[in-house]
Design a protein around this ligand. Sequence first.
Ligand code: ADP
Length: 661
Amino acid sequence: MILFALAFLLVGQVARVLFAAGQTYPAVILAPNGIVLAALILHGGKHWKYLWLAAFLNALLNNIPFFGAFIAALLYILQGAIGAAAFHLFKLDERLWRLRDTIGFCAIAITTSSILPAGGIMLIPLVSPDNQVSFAYWWLGHVISALVLTPLLIRGLSKQRAMPMPAQRTEIVIAFSLLILTDFFFWTKYPPEATLPFVLLQLGLFLWIALRMGMTYMSWASFISSVIFLTAPFYGFDRPEAGMMSERIASTEVYMAIFAILFYLLASVFEERNMAFASLRANIEELERTNEKIRQDDLKKSEFIAVLAHELRNPLVPITNHLQLMELNGIAETNFRPQTDGIKKQIRNITRLLEDLLDISRITQGKIDLKRERTDLRESIFHAAEAVQSFINSRNQTLAIKADTPVWTCGDPLRLEQIIVNLLNNAAKYTNPGGHIDLICETDATHAILIVRDNGIGICPEILPRIFDPFIQADNSITRTYGGLGIGLKLVKSLTEMHEGTVTAESEGLGKGSCFTVRLPLLETDNATERLLPLSVLTQVGLSRKILVVDDNQDVVQSLTELLKLLGHEVVSAFHGDQAVDVARTHKPSLVLLDIGLPGKSGYEVARLLRADLGQTATLIAVSGYGQEEDKLRSKEAGFDHHLTKPVNITDIQNALKLAG
Ligand code: ADP
């Protein structure tokens, strides 16, 4: 505050010395009221006495009588205090970077600057009757001071950071050099016709500074220009005649005030715009970061689900094998038929759930490849119906299939079957015992239309639009009765869309049944009557082979060994890579069932060693929990002939034996 008081005194006295020749009251030309306003805006009124003292001394030095100086100093403080109070009342920002700050500030500068001149005009007759000052000139002087000095100070001394503007140092130096040069035009005796080009030049320079350098440089520009303009009548080459001085100063001040207000507004508009862009950019970056994090989390979740499903499938291998053993031994036919049937059913359920889980995570990771071929949709319908038939029977429901003519599409038959199985399974699950399900397959000009309709519990309208979202389950109490993860329909939708198809759900409400419609593009064919080859029929291979089974899971090895022995093969086994190589060297098997995830040497390394030892005399079959295309490719590169995905069942093994020849 003391510094502000000293600055006040300095400006006041500089004005007195500079403008002594003008025979006009100095405060009209370079009034220090802008300093008071800035001090009170920045620091409040706590140390106003220093300012008052400076104003009082300044007035005394300007030859104002003691009483007049006392009152004038008080008026300075009052004017500044009202201005500062209004500034804070309207919650203006001292950086003046928003349009509303600048408009508010300019309005305050113009209006409150009238307080001291008005008081002064009233007091002058009392304290200094000879002094002839017009209110308008005096007011103009104070307006210019507030407009020129206050922004420079409050913006420059504000503790808050201003928006960085695009201009570089060289650009600033060039712009200000040009501005100072043109400003001196005011000092010359210019002909009237040169006024317009001069004004345009000034406009251009101010525009440049306002838009590229912002409010700080704009307030410097108006300060520098004001000083040059206002010294022109006193020191320039075109001094006005004695009586015309006040008029000349006033017109200069009006010119300056208009320029200052106009370009402050422009500078703040651009600063506000830049600030908005910057915060928008920051928001977008933040959003992108959050998005990326969500994506990563989702990916991790999918990977976790894949690993979980994969790990959960492992124990199913020995269970399935043991069960098949029991069946082959005829145990299941005896007293335990209902139990083994129950176990088989539950294994099928768990396997299906795990398959769905794996598929969902594969789909979200974009890892599912369709093996598309020319296929009659009825084949998939037939297999799907076969797969769910026992479930439908167990619920005393009826399934009517209407698919009279071949419907050719280009699709992955297994995935198409999966779509239909899911829809049929749901229809049976969400229809009361004794209910009815229709499966209709028809075509229009371009599409195959597959309709699965039931007369079950229906879907309420609130859930219907979200029914294909993952983890959506209409009624937990019902779905919990039947289990399920709420991903079946999401899978249906994703697989259908991968076939360039669409799926929709309709229901008239609870208790009114549901209808799911899948539309798939028809394959254009000129031979519509062509039939698919009949499904491969499993054939038991009678040939006895020497088989090496390698797996670190003892249960898997044991159950598989027994199963293969029962099929008439000679079986040797190993639990890790090195042992497998040794056993193979001794027994020279013609077929090796080799687990990939072995401790120590991986299945791939073992396969390479076996290939080197046994050459092409043995068939190598990889048995892995991972069945993606890339996994199969890796197996092939390592020298495997075939790749089976866990849990391996008797059918897979028989097929593999058949393929091995
Ligand atoms: P899940 O059956 O495992 O819960 P889905 O994704 O297959 O998961 O189905 C999601 C939800 O849609 C189900 O929980 C059920 O509320 C509803 N739904 C699906 N199919 C039918 C249907 N045919 N009738 C009534 N509701 C159904």
